[in-house]
Design a protein around this ligand. Structure first.
Ligand SMILES: *Cc1c(COP(=O)(O)O)cnc(C)c1O
Length: 390
């Protein structure tokens, strides 16, 4: 059978068939969930390529082949969570190496660098990667790795992925993009020059809020070899059932994302027209400062919408408590719509003065627009606004 995961095929074909083959024993269309820790050997050292499930597992391999295919890489290395993948990538570095990170990377990424990796000797500096002059200045000092996201959380800042990656590589640094918010359907950083792409598969790839996982993708054999070694040496692997769930989620990624983007565009427009909304942060809107860059590097603009309510902290918290369909919860990227009040939830650890400096107000709310009927979602927001401002 031809490998339907090759790059001649369209995205959805690769999402469904990439790296997948019917089970040779039974013909099962989906790869079996290989719940086994070990594999029998015919003679000492003679085996079928599988020795122990931390090192090799066929269900995990199926997931890795799938994500490599849809992200345009040649290798993917799966981990137990997005942060385990982040830790795996950072573990390539040595004490004394310097990392440059985007100024609003995922909070857990910052915490890992600040409170764990730093104790082990990694140095890091924070830079606004939307500002290419600032990136140049940060890279005037030697750096081993540059790590950034686009769009970011929760303000949906857009960085020029190709430009930042080119600068990183010119400075001799490994360019890493956390592509969790965009997904491989909307943006492919490897094609834009990144060396490694990281995903929290907990979000859009899994897509159903039922699994936690992470993965690192590359098209570089040497980097893949180092990541593969660290996956086994550190041991933060995902279980086979978790791999199966993510693999199942990936098959519908394109149709889910199309719907998320359709609905998010309408929700963003509705919010922008609302008298109680100061500002909408959505890269698909022409007033977004990164709109042109986003348009050039993304297929569409995603399902995440943030907005600044013209209200104090208490009113924002009140509105956040009044939605029925938008569930008040952290995380994102599932079939169900979620609402987050970053100042009291996901970003509660960021000092208020620091937040305000970056336009991240008390009234900021973040939506992960899911797959419910659009009229119901807008209706839900409308009644919550009415209650909060009654
Ligand atoms: C959730 C998230 C992570 C961390 O992933 P976990 O699976 O929760 O460990 C990293 N980056 C981004 C952008 C995320 O949204």
């Amino acid at each position: 059978m031809a490998d339907a995961g090759d790059t001649n095929h369209g995205f959805s074909t690769r999402a469904i068939h990439g790296g997948q083959h019917p089970d040779p024993t039974t013909g099962a269309v989906m790869p079996p969930v290989y719940l086994t820790s070990t594999y029998v050997q015919e003679a000492p050292g003679v085996h079928k390529g599988y020795e122990y499930s931390r090192s090799q597992n066929p269900t995990r391999e199926a997931l890795e082949a799938s994500v490599a295919s849809i992200e345009g890489g040649t290798h993917a290395v799966a981990f137990a969570s997005g942060l385990a993948a982040t830790h795996g990538v950072l573990s390539m570095l040595d004490a004394g190496d310097r990392v440059v990170i985007g100024h609003d990377v995922y909070g857990g990424t910052y915490r890992l660098l600040d409170q764990v990796m730093r104790r082990q000797g990694l140095l890091f500096d924070v830079v606004d990667t939307t500002d290419l002059a600032a990136v140049d200045a940060a890279l005037a000092t030697p750096a081993a790795l540059v790590w950034f996201e686009s769009p970011t959380n929760p303000l949906l800042h857009v960085s020029d992925v190709a430009a930042v990656c080119a600068k990183a590589k010119a400075a001799g640094a490994i360019a890493v993009v956390d592509n969790t918010f965009a997904t491989p359907y909307l943006q492919n950083p490897l094609a834009l020059g990144a060396d490694i792409v990281v995903h929290s598969t907990t979000k859009y790839l899994g897509g159903h809020s039922d699994v936690v996982g992470g993965i690192a993708v590359t098209a570089d054999d040497a980097l893949a070899g180092r990541l593969r070694f660290l996956q086994n040496a550190i041991g933060a692997i995902p279980g086979p059932l978790d791999c199966f769930l993510v693999l199942r989620g990936i098959k519908t990624l394109a149709v889910r994302l199309e719907r998320c983007c359709d609905s998010a565009e309408t929700v963003a427009a509705w919010l922008a027209a609302h008298p109680r909304v100061n500002r909408v942060f959505y890269p698909g809107r022409e007033d977004h400062p990164g709109h042109d860059v986003a348009k050039a590097q993304m297929r569409r603009f995603g399902g995440m919408v943030s907005f600044d309510l013209d209200a104090d902290l208490e009113t924002a918290r009140h509105l956040a408590s009044e939605t029925h369909l938008f569930a008040l919860a952290e995380s994102l990227g599932g079939v169900e719509s979620l609402l987050d009040h970053p100042a009291s939830m996901t970003h509660g650890a960021v000092p208020r003065a620091e937040r305000l400096k970056h336009g991240f107000t008390d009234g900021l709310l973040r939506l992960s627009v899911g797959l419910e009927d659009l009229d119901d979602l807008v209706g839900d927001l409308e009644q919550a606004f009415d209650k909060a401002f009654a």
